[in-house]
Unconditional design. Structure first.
Length: 234
């Protein structure tokens, strides 16, 4: 049976509180190209796949704090987080962006081009693991990335992490989205809708594995749908 995608509920105690955050501190500072891309995605049947704007605001700050120049993104959808990254890295910065869905990316591509940051982006239509493995065949790529953002198939998060830990430099950041899965990670399985149980299980397993990884310093942030921020230590 095909998986039925549905949005996760907000993590905060009410939708009203979440909207308050968006309307007071997120939307007023959202760059015009990001707002345009978000609006262009709004009518897509899987619009909720896009990075939440509050999480995007945090990602933008982190990119600036570590002076990221070379980044990698797994899971692009229409390109909200990709555009955000391209806007916040230097003119000679580079983003390798990997996604299986070129059609979804084409929704945001004209907006990315209009924003003048398209030359920073190398979009690769592919499953991520073969691309990561190909990058690792070249020793020069090891430790060459400043920043990684993952928002793709949750069942492969741990596989992505193992490879990204070789690609991202010591002191670099690795971010993983949807790590609280609408709060389902803290609920008994019987209280979780059937179509969310498998990914809930993968998310719990990944969170536990990351918590036990002494090669990273981490912080689990309850913004968006949950965001784990890792700093590579060794």
């Amino acid at each position: 049976m095909a998986y039925k995608y549905e949005p996760n509920p907000p993590l905060l105690q009410s939708r009203e509180l979440y909207n308050y955050i968006l309307e007071t501190t997120v939307y007023p500072r959202e760059p015009a190209p990001l707002k345009e891309l978000r609006n262009a995605t709004a009518n897509h049947p899987r619009a909720f796949f896009g990075t939440d704007p509050d999480a995007g605001q945090l990602i933008a700050m982190l990119l600036k704090l570590v002076n990221a120049k070379k980044t990698i993104e797994i899971g692009v959808f229409t390109g909200y987080s990709l555009l955000l990254t391209a806007l916040n890295i230097p003119e000679d910065g580079q983003v390798i962006a990997i996604d299986v869905d070129q059609e979804a990316y084409e929704i945001g591509a004209p907006i990315i081009k209009k924003a003048g940051v398209h030359k920073k982006i190398n979009f690769i239509e592919s499953k991520a693991l073969p691309v990561l493995d190909k990058l690792l065949e070249d020793k020069a790529n090891e430790g060459s990335f400043d920043f990684a953002f993952v928002d793709a198939d949750k069942n492969n998060y741990i596989n992505y992490h193992e490879r990204l830990m070789k690609l991202v430099k010591v002191g670099g950041l690795l971010l993983y989205d949807n790590t609280l899965w609408g709060g389902a990670v803290a609920k008994p399985e019987e209280q979780v809708p059937d179509n969310k149980r498998a990914l809930r299980k993968h998310t719990i397993e990944f969170n536990s594995a990351i918590a036990a990884d002494d090669h990273v310093e981490l912080c689990h942030v309850p913004c968006g749908d949950g965001l784990i921020i890792c700093k590579r230590l060794c």
